[in-house]
Design a protein around this ligand. Sequence first.
Ligand SMILES: NC(=O)c1ccc[n+]([C@@H]2O[C@H](COP(=O)([O-])OP(=O)(O)OC[C@H]3O[C@@H](n4cnc5c(N)ncnc54)[C@H](O)[C@@H]3O)[C@@H](O)[C@H]2O)c1
Length: 338
Amino acid sequence: MHDDAPNASGRPGRALVTGGAGFIGSHLVDRLLARGDEVVVVDDLSTGVRENLPASHSRLAFVQADLREWLNAGAAEAGQFGEIYHMAAAVGVELIITDPIGSIETNTEQTSALLRYASGGRAGTPAVVVASSSEVYGKSERVPFREDDDVVYGPTTATRWSYACSKALDEYLALAHHRAQGLGVVVARLFNTVGPRQIGRYGMVLPRFVAAALASEPLRVFGDGEQVRCFCDVRDVSRALIGLVGTPAAHGGIYNVGSSADISIIDLAGRVVDVLGSSSKIDLVPYDEAYGPGFEDLRRRVPDLARLRSAIDFRPEHDLDSTIRAVAEAMGPAGVSR
Ligand SMILES: NC(=O)c1ccc[n+]([C@@H]2O[C@H](COP(=O)([O-])OP(=O)(O)OC[C@H]3O[C@@H](n4cnc5c(N)ncnc54)[C@H](O)[C@@H]3O)[C@@H](O)[C@H]2O)c1
């Protein structure tokens, strides 16, 4: 594993990871513990699972709580944390379609509360990373996506765009706290992140494909399958997040985080079948059937990574085939890797 930079103080520190029992959060926790940090995780286990974290570790404290309730109930003073990784969110377009109110409120209210908390640290303010999403670009067709590009959304009657808007609001709030309060906050616009511990329940494509391939069931590709995405291994993404937080010059900025290697979803399905030697067939499923009437998907979603590369030394170390194998291995009989 590539060594992570020490935190900004240069000493082993104390980090808060919200949503740390989730997919990306738990990989962050692994890296922070390996770096020597003390880590506090706050997670309500709405989509995360406790088994994603070490069962017991002398430098890990796990709090099962809704983030805003934990903050309101007298959370420890923010200044004790050198770094805060804000990963807690209602994630993914499918969840926002099934629970629109809960998803919008979770994404905006939790982030607002977290940023107020971080800005109010008396013993010094922590450096913060807020996880945003490539969804923020909306249906912009200007590829590759650059951080300063205009964003384009559909009408507010189409629930799908509320995910993008909730994440955009998080970004406005983060940047406002940087300007008004001097908070050392960085916004990471994450593109498709994949790897062990991701679950397919909320529409995430790679775990769905791998599970189907392992069970010799058909891989269900939505639409015509020609939509193009870039997939980055979670172990590379978590390294980038730690690098950005630990780089004071990056604070106050927005960074695309992901891979720029693009692949269509139909080709991804083919790769999964090939890499795992599966006998599954690939079925095309109309969007209406998958998401309900009127769903709009994006044809190409590819990040421009120039800004990220100018801020930190970032080269993905895991290629897609090795990630597919790692996802399959981690699924095992119980579906969870620890
Ligand atoms: N996985 C991706 O491809 C991807 C892409 C773009 C953005 N992101 C962003 O990255 C972050 C992490 O996503 P993930 O893929 O690890 O999803 P995840 O669902 O595995 O992780 C989110 C975690 O937050 C927890 N959580 C949710 N609401 C909470 C609350 N109110 N209080 C406390 N904990 C709460 C969940 O239990 C879960 O453990 C999210 O902000 C997401 O929007 C992820």
